[in-house]
Design a protein around this ligand. Sequence first.
Ligand code: SF4
Length: 451
Amino acid sequence: MKNWMSMVVMGAVTNSTFLLSSPPILKTIIPFSLTKTSPYLISLTAPSRRFLSASSLPSVVSADHTFNFSDSGDGNGVAVSRTGHKVLLKGMNYSELEKWVQSHGYRPGQAMMLWKRMYGNNIWAHHTDELEGLNKDFKKMLSENADFKALAVKEIHTASDGTRKILFTLDDGLVIETVVIPCDTGRTTVCVSSQVGCAMNCQFCYTGRMGLKRHLTAAEIVEQAVFARRLFTSEVGSITNVVFMGMGEPLHNIDNVIKAADIMVDDQGLHFSPRKVTVSTSGLVPQLRRFLNESNCTLAVSLNATTDEVRNWIMPINRKYKLDLLLETLREELCLKHKYKVLFEYVMLEGINDSNEDAKRLIELVKGIPCKINLISFNPHSGSFFRPTKDERMIEFRNMLAEAGCLVLLRPSRGDDRMAACGQLGSPGTIQAPMLRVPKQFQTAVLGTLD
Ligand code: SF4
């Protein structure tokens, strides 16, 4: 989903799910948009990780390959690096790390010292040389049996507003993008990716054009936040917020996302506040329910339309989980949570979802749901036929919601001159997910941009 937040988000819209522990993605998506030979899902042939506990994991079938979740990270096993069979330290939560350290004959205290040097105390260690104060034998054991890094920095781009886009190479050669967004208010946000590409095919999203290549492991997700702090803290100050709004639908990779978010909020480590770690979804209802039950982090839902007709088109996941079901689920689940607000993201597309009728419907749709609404300016990209709603219209739309009592914010675009803004991440290549048929009543609005 790329939903990004404060930069906000669109992408956020990233979301999806089914996967991990349940039915294969394609089985869910094919009925409305794809055929079995569609290029929509581009699979990997080379597994990037092996897991020590890989039993009884489900498989996902892509267009022409099958790969096991043990290869892409299920959040339950201990990840091992591809070269040398070493354990990936950032793929473990603290209790797993402690057990692993003990299994090598060392005390739990050594595990805590290692944890603090990897995540806390402004060290963000990437190598045993950076583990000052740790026992020599323990460091030797680590260099023989463990890897600190799951990512390699490929490029860094800086936009005119100070937003940084980092391209990371994974150990199977694929590339992901992470964005660091400094704010005048002293808050700096890192927007992390959860998948390579995305299966959701939201029509306004550049990442969606890529199709899904694979899920990221927990180690690959956590390390984006660690790198952001390591690279930029001295330049931009403390990195305070994390949004899962980069490449991918986070809830489609829910096991690894929940695990990575848990590692990020550990108070002996990275110590992000759960309120400042936001996971976005395009609306995977069963996974969203699970997330609200298992995590204290914040949930963002990319709404982007007020009718099923429009949402079925611009966010095909709506064909499986309709607006009524999505919003009713939120109403039910949020009653059980104390002082919790969901964040709705609404990317504004001129002539598509920005009318006064849309504003009135939106007010009705969110009634009874403790929420905030972010109105996000659409970030154009190559091949897109949508146009951003004009500023004056966004303000009128915002005012209608505010007058009805909604908590609503306009979010400016950040980093768009470096393709670092919401919905602009990734590199679709020549084989792309299909654009869906434009409903008749919107053909003029859309075709007008093609003239
Ligand atoms: S296609 Fe994926 S990444 Fe893009 S907005 Fe939709 S869910 Fe987010």
